[in-house]
Design a protein around this ligand. Sequence first.
Ligand SMILES: [Zn+2]
Length: 73
Amino acid sequence: MTDLELTQLTRRLAKQFFNQTYPYEARFNRRLRTTGGRYFLRDHHIEINPLMLSEFDEETLVGVIKHELIHYW
Ligand SMILES: [Zn+2]
């Protein structure tokens, strides 16, 4: 999954689960070690640990994205 696809997935989940728009970007960051994801207050982007997808599954990834979206709102 590319960063663009991750952003598209994040925007889709925002609409589907929260009926909200998320006009910012999501990207993978391999340097995240102890956390599944992180929300950045400064510019509202989300970073996701790629292990969420490679070591777990899409359901785990979706859960982490939803968690980070909550921080945004
Ligand atoms: Zn959190």
